[in-house]
Design a protein around this ligand. Sequence first.
Ligand code: SAM
Length: 259
Amino acid sequence: MPGVAVAGDDAATAVAHVYRVFARHEARGRSAAYASLAESVAADAVLTRFVASLPRAKRQPQLLFAAARYLLGAPPGIRSLRELVSRSEAELTRVMLTRRTQTNEPARCAVLLPALAQLPQPLALVEAGSSAGLTMLFDRYSYDYGGYRLAGSDPDAPVLRCEPRGPVPLPPRIPEIAWRAGLDLNPLDVTSDEDVRWLSCLVWPGEGDRAQRLAAAVASARRDPPAVYRGDMLTDLPALATRAPADATLVVYHSSVLW
Ligand SMILES: C[S@@+](CC[C@H](N)C(=O)[O-])C[C@H]1O[C@@H](n2cnc3c(N)ncnc32)[C@H](O)[C@@H]1O
């Protein structure tokens, strides 16, 4: 009935708000393309209604944009996104319901490495929320901390650059890792082309060298894939941790999982 608000309208209004907040506080300064796209989605009644029809946990801009990119083969713009929703709504819904935002960023290892290097070695690593396991391969990558360099075991793996600020205890060498295991609700498989394509779709356009770094890290991981087990960190961490060798320092860590 004209002029009468219904529950779907409320949900679409809430979606528009979420996309505006994403544009202004998350994408701005990181990805001009996604900041502009999220503003356009927020202003589009058809798109906000489509997103509002999905379960609450599946309405994030990152998921919509990655799913659209996965189907379109290129980052979406507002026109291609509108066409996709009008032409292939069921297919887009299927990808959004089956996939998750599981961005795996190897560069986070550069931030964690100085802390790991302070611990007695060798180390046994358990990563909670490890996605494809790229943030477990500390000893494979090389590092450049503002000119202070450390060489990893795989010369073809990416060099992770990091600008330390303040008294960061830069390690004399990369710590020895005796054992590692990841745990994820939905492990991604670095040997699966579809999982790797999904990972690449999660990278936002305009984010510098992230795509190249991801490709190099995946190539390295494929030469010796890390073990990532399916499970929930809320219940399954203790059982996984018991598999670690007793003579190594057990380190349970996460990055970009708990908010
Ligand atoms: C944003 S990704 C981060 C991946 C990686 N740690 C990194 O920093 O690149 C978050 C990951 O946590 C996983 N995750 C979320 N909640 C979880 C839970 N309760 N148990 C296990 N994994 C979980 C997701 O499936 C996803 O792969």
